[in-house]
Design a protein around this ligand. Structure first.
Ligand code: CDT
Length: 460
């Protein structure tokens, strides 16, 4: 049995500074009446519905700023909307600038509420991703001072059981952030209600302007599909106080498909009969979170806000070889037993390993002397091809990974033994002096290997 909810996205045209709340509420009520004719049970209004989008202006007079805020909801001016809606049995969500007094301090938020068909406020959301800036930037054609006028929302992304389903809200810039939808998705959200005021022109990045509509749609469709939820995106569009804004209100199904879309940029109601069960197929298969999500791999998402690029690294590799008068397998048997290492390499002075040639998958430990002290290296053998090639690797905190590659090539009755040391990601290239020391150390080491293996061959 489908669970239908008929929803109206009540797009608003511009609200100029000269428009009073009474003017606006009249327009909202007109939307409600149209919504009743269309059979809506829920009507979604935009962000900061009751006034012009005031963060476009730098203001210093607190009384002037606070005139855009609501100290109570409903207030005398908004009560007629609540009354009409209740009388019609239609619920709504409404965005507005909220001013509260809490613990003796005034707090201001960019807020949305969800009002049930019986007039009860059943949900509240305070905008988390405040865009724009906090300081005066007079060089801009218009400002975007949400960071000045609002605090970051303190309610997270709650959902409410209402309208026979699980409802969530977010506001404007929130829709661009996948975390917004996912946090609600993790609470089983079935419909996300969101309003926006999106200037087409973004003064710091005008090259993005032509994509304004695409980015609006892209963000909401992705959020819907990836969380198996309806998304109802509602604009305050048109040219407000000289600033043209994206309209393009739309209702998006859990498939990610747009099922209803505004045609113009003014007051316009778009309606869709939404089956709240339509998200189930996604939530139980491809986006069955319990089955497929891997939170242990997502730690950075909650630990880090800004991106931190990995440090630049350089790859380094140095090979040395020597002819040894012994067959390849004999040379391999000697060097692939790490207990031989301290016999030929001075820096390697204590080995914890089985006393025999090691094969792929085996591990061992080495105490290694560096110029600045002693370190422990935890090695694992990654390749052991008898008589041909042996490789092991270890991670270090100072030069990244070290790969030791030993190859054995028959030359007459003897062997060309090549020892290659690879650092795939060093923080810095070694200096010429360091390379000279490596070469000297390798020359001594390889001469020791030759002497020791040839002595073993002679049975000494
Ligand atoms: N109101 C709001 O959040 N608007 C932003 C504009 C971003 S440009 C500073 C938006 O995401 O549409």
């Amino acid at each position: 049995m489908p669970r239908y909810l008929t929803v109206g996205a009540a797009q608003m045209g511009p609200i100029q500074k000269s428009h009073s709340r009474r003017d606006v509420v009249e327009r909202l009520i007109a939307h409600m009446r149209e919504a009743r004719r269309m059979g809506c049970e829920l009507v979604v209004f935009p962000e900061l519905t009751l006034t012009t989008f005031f963060p476009r202006w730098w203001m210093t007079d607190q009384a002037e700023i606070d005139a855009y805020f609501e100290r109570e909801m409903p207030s005398n001016q908004t009560a007629p909307l609540f009354t009409e809606a209740k009388a019609m049995g239609i619920g709504f969500s409404l965005g507005y600038a909220e001013l509260i007094e809490q613990d003796g301090r005034i707090r201001r938020f960019n807020t949305s509420i969800l009002v049930e068909r019986d007039g009860r406020i059943v949900g509240k959301y305070r905008k988390v991703h405040l865009p724009g800036h906090a300081e005066h930037e007079p060089q801009r054609e218009f400002q975007h001072l949400e960071k000045r006028y609002f605090e970051v929302g303190d309610l997270g992304f709650p959902v409410s059981r209402a309208f026979g389903g699980i409802m969530g809200m977010c506001i404007c810039n929130d829709r661009r952030w996948p975390e917004t939808y996912r946090v609600m998705g993790l609470q089983g959200v079935e419909m996300v209600l969101l309003g926006y005021n999106t200037p087409i022109h973004n003064p710091p990045a005008p090259e993005q302007d032509e994509h304004a509509w695409f980015h609006n749609q892209l963000s909401m469709q992705a959020g819907a599909y990836q969380n198996g939820t309806w998304v109802v995106g509602v604009a305050k569009g048109g040219t407000e106080e000289g600033v043209p804004s994206v309209a393009d209100s739309m209702i998006i199904a859990p498939s990610g498909k747009v099922v209803a879309r505004a045609q113009g940029v003014g007051d316009e109601l778009i309606v869709h009969r939404c089956d709240l069960d339509a998200g189930k197929t996604y939530k139980t298969t491809i986006f069955n979170f319990a089955a497929h999500r891997r939170p242990e791999a997502y730690k950075l998402i909650v630990e880090r806000a800004g991106a931190l690029e990995p440090p630049e690294t350089v790859a380094f590799e140095r090979s040395h070889d020597i002819l040894i008068d012994a067959p390849p397998q004999a040379v391999m048997d000697y060097v692939s037993n790490p207990n031989s290492w301290p016999e030929w390499l001075a820096a390697s002075h204590r080995i914890d390993a089985a006393n025999r040639p090691l094969v792929t998958g085996e591990t061992f430990h080495e105490r290694w002397r560096t110029r600045t002290g002693e370190v422990q290296l935890d090695w694992r053998v990654t390749h052991a091809e008898q008589g041909k090639l042996w490789m092991a690797e270890t991670d270090t905190g100072f030069i990244g990974r070290i790969v030791a590659r030993y190859s054995f090539e028959p030359v007459g009755k003897g062997t060309r033994y090549t020892r290659t040391v690879i650092n795939p990601a060093r923080p810095k290239a070694p200096t010429e002096d360091m390379i000279r020391r490596m070469d000297e150390e390798a020359a001594i080491g390889l001469a020791n290997i030759k002497a020791n293996v040839e002595r073993r061959q002679r049975g000494e």
